[in-house]
Write a protein that binds this ligand. Structure first.
Ligand SMILES: [Zn+2]
Length: 196
C-alpha cells in the first residue's frame, strides 16, 4: 500500500539554507565537502529532509473528511500492514515498520487509502513512536466519531540498531485504543487476531 506522493518542487531558499548547515556539519565531521562524492550531498540531504517532514504541511483530519461517507456498516474495518517510514526526533534517524489500524463505524466510514494517508501525514514529521500511535488514533476518532479505534505500530529504530543499543532485530510495538477496543475485550482480541 504505497501511495507516497513525490514532492518535485522545493522551496529553493529553504533548501539552500539547510544545505549550508549540512556542509558545515560535513566539515565538522572531518570531511571535505568539496570532494566529488560529497559535492551535491548538502542539497540532497536538504531535499530529503524536507521530503520526510512534509507531514507538517498536511492536515490529517481534512484527509479523512475529503472521503467521508454515510454508511450503516457497523463491523470492524481493519487496514493492516500500512508501510511506515518516520524520523526519530531524538536522533533524526529513521524508524521503519508497519501500522495496523481498525475502527468500528458509527454512521460514517472513510476511504481505506485515506487511513494510510493519515498514517503517512503523521509519520512524515519528527516523531516518537508512542506519540505517532496516539495521534493516528485521535485523528480517526475525531474525524469519524466511530464506536472505537485501534492502532498498533511495529517498528525498528535505526537509532538503536546503529548504535548497538538493542539487538539488530529488536522491534518496538506500541498500541492505542478508544471505545470498544479499550478493555481486554473480544473486540480487541478480534483486532489482534486480524493483524497477525
Ligand atoms: Zn532515536
Amino acid at each position: 500500500m504505497s501511495n507516497y506522493t513525490r514532492i518535485d518542487e522545493y522551496d529553493t531558499a529553504k533548501v539552500n539554507a539547510i544545505a549550508e548547515h549540512v556542509r558545515a556539519i560535513l566539515t565538522l565531521l572531518g570531511e571535505d565537502p568539496e570532494r566529488e562524492g560529497l559535492q551535491k550531498t548538502p542539497q540532497r540531504v536538504a531535499k530529503s529532509r524536507l521530503f520526510v517532514t512534509q507531514g507538517y504541511e498536511q492536515d490529517p483530519i481534512a484527509i479523512i473528511n475529503s472521503a467521508k461517507f454515510k454508511e450503516e456498516y457497523q463491523q470492524m474495518i481493519v487496514v493492516k500492514d500500512i508501510e511506515l517510514y518516520s524520523m526519530c526526533e531524538h536522533h533524526l534517524l529513521p524508524f521503519v515498520g508497519k501500522a495496523h489500524v481498525a475502527y468500528i463505524p458509527k454512521g460514517y466510514i472513510t476511504g481505506l487509502s485515506k487511513i494510510a494517508r493519515v498514517v503517512q501525514a503523521f509519520a512524515r514529521r519528527l516523531q516518537v513512536q508512542e506519540r505517532l500511535t496516539v495521534q493516528i488514533r485521535d485523528c480517526i476518532q475525531e474525524a469519524l466519531q466511530p464506536l472505537g479505534v485501534a492502532v498498533l505500530i511495529e517498528a525498528a529504530h535505526t537509532c538503536m540498531q546503529m548504535r548497538g543499543v538493542e539487538s539488530q532485530n529488536s522491534i518496538t510495538t506500541t498500541s492505542a485504543f478508544t471505545g470498544a477496543f479499550l478493555s481486554q475485550s473480544k473486540t480487541r482480541d478480534e483486532f489482534l487476531q486480524a493483524i497477525k
